[in-house]
Structure formats: structure tokens, C-alpha cells
Design a protein around this ligand. Structure first.
Ligand code: HEC
Ligand code: HEC
Length: 303
């Protein structure tokens, strides 16, 4: 409890707590000792609904003892645990501390397992059923929200279970992707291409690269405009893993297939982010995840 902005609030909270418990005890004591001037029939004199009367009996003993016990418990609890403002309690307990202890216990108990995994290259680790079970759980907790529980992705989020890679599918490339994250940036290119008509023609040419249905006249007109794209996507349109530029000659479309989707990409560009996992996950966990992702589209090496 170190979040108090001033000494005043610490004293205010602590004081209010102590005074409230003491006030309860005083109330108990007063009500136990004062005699209400009972009329002879032992009622308070109040009458409801014509004949419903309130008796003036003392509180039952067991109830009073329970009440006192509750107050005593309050004091003992306040002495042991953080209750009174920023006073930490004599046990020095905190929920954050308990959480840290439990995390440490979990990390300690899995350390030997991760050490064993870490000693194997990803290609081999991908054949270890126990490691892949751990990898799958890590994937479900940290990656599935974006890449899908089957790792097949969706629009804007790449499929990790196929052989098509933006940034490269070798274990080292995957590990770099996980550690550092990736920023796929395509600037808006319409100005560099020319008129809206030029963009439409270029889109037909891009479609022709993958053998998709296209207008061949428009495509041949658009071909000369592809120079503006070649710096990233390559003259042949096969992409470049150094900058995460996708292959435009295959049937895999991260941002949607068809002329409209391509025109939109050229006009608006795209900034797509894979968040860095270093710091969030341990080196050992990233090692297991690298093997898991690699194993989704490759056959593990024999032991
Ligand atoms: C917030 C969403 C998000 C989360 C969480 C996320 N990713 Fe990604 N990931 C992306 C996006 C978006 C890309 C594409 C980046 C780009 O377009 O260049 C990507 C790209 C990748 C790539 C590169 C794919 C390629 O074709 O080169 C790999 C590998 C990857 N993610 C694995 C993971 C793993 C493993 C996790 C869990 C630890 C994870 N991602 C968590 C959004 C996410
Ligand atoms: C500065 C580099 C760069 C240039 C120049 C560039 N692109 Fe891109 N392009 C990218 C990147 C990076 C992506 C992937 C964006 C992402 O990660 O989501 C991309 C994605 C695309 C896509 C989506 C592919 C898919 O799978 O959905 C299309 C289509 C595309 N570019 C077409 C073009 C065309 C046409 C041009 C030329 C007018 C062009 N790009 C110029 C970097 C570039």
C-alpha cells in the first residue's frame, strides 16, 4: 500500500478503520448497560398494525460474544495484514508479492524442462511431442488471438501453417520475427504510379503475375508502371523477405484477392505490425515457439 498521495489519506484511512471498530464496541457496551425505561409489560411501547409490539429483551449472549469476536478479529487482522492505510502489517504480505512468489515457483518448476528444450535445434525440437504440446499452449495464449487457433491467420494476419513467408521461414528468421517483431510497411503509391486509370491497369498486371483472371490489354498497359513496385516486390514480383514485401505471383493474398483489393493497397498503402515478444516471453519460450511455428509447415529432423 504505497499508493497514497499524501500522509493525510494514510492517516485518514487508518484512523477511520480503528475508530469504526472501537465505535462498534462502545455501541455494544452502551446498549448492553443502559436500561430502556421499560413499562411493566416489558415492551418498548411501540405498536404496529394494531397489535404488533416490540419487546425490550436484552441481546442474546451468543450474539454479543460473536460481535466482540468479530471486533477482536478485526484488530488482529489489521495488525497482521495491510489494512490500516499504508501500514504493511507485521506479516509483510502483499498480493503482488504472493503473485511474484507463485510465478517464481512456476518458473522454477518448468526450468529443467525448458533447459532440455533449449539444448535442441528447432528442427529437431519440432519432433518432440512434449515440446510441441508446450508450444501449442504458448501459441494459444500469446498468438492465437491474431493468427487464429489453427495458425492459419485471417485478412491482414499471415497464415503461419503454409510455406509462404513475408519475412522468411527458416528457424533463424522466425526467431528474429518473434524477438524483434516486424513492421510491414507499404507506402501509398498512387502518386508514383500516375492516374487512376494507370492504377487500374497496374492492378490487372499484378493479377496476371499470379495467373489470376485479368484483362490482358489493361495488364499490358499496366506492365510499365510496375517499376514503381519493383524496389520492394522485385522486378519479377516474387517479393523480398528483407522488407517483408509479399510475393505477388502466388495465390496467397494477405490483404484480399482481386483488382479492388490491389487498387486499395496502391492508393492507401499499409502499415502492418507484428508485436515484439522479447521481454514478454522468455528466451526459452521463444525457442519453443520458433520450433512450433517452423514445425507447422516443415517435417522435423530425425533425432
Ligand atoms: C497483435 C497481433 C499479433 C500477435 C499477438 C502476434 N502476431 Fe505474429 N504477426 C502479426 C501480424 C500483423 C504479422 C504480419 C506482419 C507484416 O505484415 O509484416 C505477423 C507476422 C508473424 C510472423 C511472420 C510471418 C511471415 O510470413 O513471415 C510470424 C512467424 C509470427 N507473426 C508469429 C507469431 C507468434 C509465434 C506469435 C505469438 C508469440 C505472434 N505472431 C503474435 C500479428 C500478431
Ligand atoms: C516500400 C516498399 C514497397 C513498395 C514500393 C510497394 N510495396 Fe506493395 N507491399 C509492401 C509490403 C511491405 C507489403 C506487405 C504489407 C503488410 O505487411 O501487410 C505490401 C503489400 C502489397 C500487396 C498486398 C499483397 C497481399 O498478399 O495481399 C499488394 C497487392 C501490393 N503490395 C502491391 C504493390 C504495388 C502494385 C506496388 C507498386 C505500385 C507496390 N506494392 C509497391 C511493400 C511495398
Amino acid at each position: 500500500m504505497s499508493d497514497f498521495t499524501s500522509e493525510f489519506w494514510h492517516l485518514y484511512v487508518a484512523g477511520l478503520t480503528v475508530v469504526s471498530i472501537i465505535a462498534c464496541l462502545i455501541l455494544l457496551w452502551i446498549s448492553g448497560t443502559t436500561k430502556v425505561n421499560a413499562s411493566s409489560d416489558n415492551t418498548t411501547g411501540h405498536v404496529w398494525d394494531e397489535d404488533l409490539r416490540e419487546m425490550n429483551n436484552p441481546l442474546p449472549r451468543w450474539w454479543i460474544y460473536l460481535f466482540i469476536l468479530t471486533c477482536v478479529f478485526g484488530f488482529v487482522y489489521a495488525a497482521l495484514y495491510p489494512t490500516l492505510g499504508k501500514f504493511q502489517g507485521t506479516l509483510n504480505w502483499s498480493s503482488a508479492g504472493q503473485h511474484t512468489d507463485e510465478v517464481k515457483k512456476a518458473v522454477d518448476s518448468t526450468a529443467p524442462l525448458y533447459a532440455k528444450f533449449n539444448g535442441q535445434p528447432p528442427e529437431q525440437l519440432a519432433g518432440d511431442a512434449q515440446a510441441m504440446a508446450v508450444g501449442e499452449r504458448l501459441f494459444m495464449n500469446n498468438c492465437a488471438q491474431c493468427h487464429g487457433s489453427d495458425a492459419r491467420g485471417s485478412k491482414g494476419f499471415p497464415n503461419l501453417a503454409d510455406a509462404d513467408w513475408l519475412w522468411g521461414g527458416a528457424p533463424d528468421a522466425i526467431k528474429t520475427t518473434l524477438n524483434e517483431g516486424r513492421q510491414g510497411v507499404m507506402p501509398p503509391m498512387a502518386a508514383a504510379v500516375g492516374s487512376a486509370e494507370d492504377v487500374r491497369n497496374l492492378a490487372q498486371y499484378v493479377l496476371s503475375l499470379s495467373g489470376s483472371p485479368h484483362d490482358s490489354i489493361q495488364a499490358s498497359l499496366g506492365k510499365s508502371k510496375f517499376g514503381a513496385c519493383a524496389a520492394c516486390h522485385g522486378m519479377d514480383g516474387k517479393g523480398n523477405t528483407a522488407m517483408g514485401a509479399p510475393n505477388l505471383t502466388d495465390a496467397v493474398w494477405l490483404h484480399g484477392w482481386g483488382a479492388d483489393a490491389i487498387i486499395k493497397m496502391v492508393n492507401e498503402g499499409k502499415h502492418n505490425v507484428m508485436p515484439a515478444q522479447k521481454g514478454k516471453l522468455s528466451d526459452e519460450q521463444i525457442h519453443v515457439l520458433t520450433a512450433y511455428v517452423w514445425g507447422l509447415s516443415n517435417k522435423p529432423a530425425a533425432k
